[in-house]
Every structure is written in structure tokens, then in C-alpha cells.
Design a protein around this ligand. Structure first.
Ligand code: FE2
Ligand code: FE2
Length: 302
């Protein structure tokens, strides 16, 4: 494990890059979450949007990399990228397992990456959303909004992380390796929750209006693509008995109600003009998880 620590006492932060081989891809069953296909395919969709999203987060922060003057922030950006690369690798393994089950995870994630995120290095990735944005506001402003979307989605991931670390009953019935992969990702999202935000605010000098535009765009992205992915997996699952979906949907209601209401409590402060991610008092949740999972992580460290 590589510990990257800031030397700046104003912004002391521990962002640790942990390389772990969970082995979750070998232990997955088709309906791996509580035997409930409705909830499993929601989780499949959630895990599927991470790799391309995280690649975009890294690109959008790198656009402003050279303008970062503060050495402590440079170090935090480096560690943020290190963590997101590791997350992407674990979720790619997960996609490969979905492929083996005939659920076409990689194909769906590939389509989503092209549709959602522009990548100037890959001309085939010409996202309609970002192209439209660039035509209206120009390239530089498009990149600032892109970074603002990243900051907003990073706030969403940290908020979801807070909910699932605080409410362990939400992932009762998840296989141990999947649960730890999910918790590890959640806890690291809390560790690096303010990095993209600080680059947006302190380096790109993004204002409140741009932040809200990114938040609106990011909220749409989250609902739209996770919803599409969920639909894709439900349709692609040829072993799914559609009648059995009814009790599965009913069973899922209390979990989703809690997940949504708890997450919204953490998400909504983002609209306050004075908001900063470090105001959210959730760092201890990440520390507690890493302390309790220390033996598991040590045993699985790659
Ligand atoms: Fe991540
Ligand atoms: Fe992240």
C-alpha cells in the first residue's frame, strides 16, 4: 500500500492507494444480492457505470493538472487518480463475470462510455451531451463544466458511501468478497471526496452557477444511465422468470426507501453556496471500515 500524505497542515489528508485482489469475480452467482434479481441487476448497473465514469473523472481533473500550484493538492490529485484506477480495475473484473453469465456487461458499459463521456483521444467517443455543450459554450468552458460534473458525481459517490457505511443492514446478504469490494470503494470515495471539488474551486475557479450546472447534469447522468443499465440487465437475463419479479420488487421497497432518503440527506447540502465536501462529517466511517477490515485487506492485498 502506498500512503500519500499532504505536507500542508491546512489540508492534511490521508489518501491511501490500496491494491487488493478481492476475488469477487470468482464467487459471484447470477442473482448474487439476496437472491433477488431486481436488486442484483440494480447493483450490476451501479457497478457497471463506475469504470467509464472514473476514467472521465481522471481526465477532467488532469485537464487542470498543470495549473495546480499547491504541492499538497498535487499529491492529493495523484492519490485520487491512484484510487480511481484501482476501483476501475476491480469493476472491470466484475463486468467480465457478467459477460460469462451472458449478461453482456462489457458491451453495455462500452456503449455507455461512448454515449456519456467525450474522449478527445478516441474520436469514436463523441458524446452528444458534451459536443452540444462545447458548441454552445466553447472548449474551455466545456472542460470546466466537465470538472464540475466530476465534482458533483464525486459528492454523490461520497454520499452513497456514507449511507452504506452507516447502514450496514442495506447490504445484508451480499457475498463477503462483493461486500468488501463495495465497502472498500465506498470508504476510499470518502477519503478523496474533496479532491475534484478543490481543483474545480481553487484551480479552475469555478463559480456557484457552474457548480449547480454540473450538479444538474451529474444528477441526470446518474439517474439516466443507472436506469438504462438496470433495464439492460433485466432484459438480458434469460433465466429471469418475469413473474418472480413481483415479490422481488416488493422485497426491495424498504431497502430503496432507506437508501434514497438517507443518501439525499447527504447529497442536498451541495446546493448551499458555502458547501465544501470536508464539512460532511463522515471521515470516521471510512477509518472504522478500514480498521475492522484490516485483516481481510491484508490477506487480499496484491
Ligand atoms: Fe471510485
Ligand atoms: Fe471517486
Amino acid at each position: 500500500m502506498e500512503l500519500v500524505k499532504s505536507n500542508n497542515p491546512q489540508k492534511q489528508s490521508d489518501i491511501t492507494v490500496r491494491r487488493i485482489a478481492f476475488g469477487h469475480e470468482k464467487t459471484m452467482e447470477r442473482h448474487w444480492f439476496r437472491g433477488n434479481p431486481f436488486m442484483t441487476h440494480f447493483m450490476n448497473s451501479l457497478h457497471s457505470v463506475f469504470p467509464a465514469g472514473e476514467r472521465y473523472f481522471i481526465r477532467s481533473v488532469k485537464w487542470f493538472d498543470k495549473q495546480i500550484q499547491d504541492p499538497a493538492l498535487k499529491e492529493r490529485v495523484k492519490a485520487f487518480i491512484g484510487q480511481e484506477v484501482q476501483h476501475g480495475m476491480q469493476h472491470e473484473k466484475f463486468l467480465a463475470s457478467l459477460d460469462q453469465m451472458g449478461l453482456d456487461g462489457s458491451a453495455w458499459a462500452g456503449w455507455y462510455e461512448k454515449d456519456a463521456y467525450r474522449n478527445d483521444e478516441k474520436p469514436s467517443h463523441e458524446s452528444v451531451w458534451f459536443d452540444m455543450l462545447e458548441k454552445v459554450i466553447g472548449k474551455e468552458a466545456q472542460q470546466r463544466i466537465g470538472l464540475s460534473i466530476t465534482a458533483a458525481l464525486e459528492h454523490y459517490t461520497a454520499s452513497i458511501a456514507e449511507t452504506v457505511l452507516k447502514n450496514r443492514d442495506l447490504h445484508d446478504g451480499m457475498p463477503e468478497d462483493m461486500r468488501n469490494m463495495f465497502m472498500w470503494h465506498a470508504a476510499e470515495e470518502i477519503e478523496h471526496k474533496s479532491v475534484a471539488f478543490d481543483v474545480f474551486k481553487d484551480v479552475a475557479h469555478g463559480g456557484y452557477g457552474e457548480r449547480m450546472l454540473g450538479f444538474t447534469f451529474g444528477s441526470f447522468y446518474l439517474l439516466y444511465y443507472i436506469g438504462l443499465g438496470w433495464g439492460h440487465y433485466l432484459m438480458a437475463d434469460k433465466e429471469l422468470n418475469k413473474v418472480s419479479l413481483v415479490p422481488a420488487v416488493l422485497e426491495s421497497v424498504p431497502t430503496y426507501f432507506k437508501l434514497i432518503t438517507e443518501t439525499l440527506k447527504s447529497v442536498l447540502p451541495y446546493v448551499k453556496p458555502e458547501f465544501h465536501p470536508d464539512d460532511s462529517d463522515n471521515d470516521l466511517l471510512a477509518k472504522e471500515y478500514f480498521a475492522e477490515a484490516a485483516k481481510y485487506i491484508e490477506a487480499k492485498s496484491a
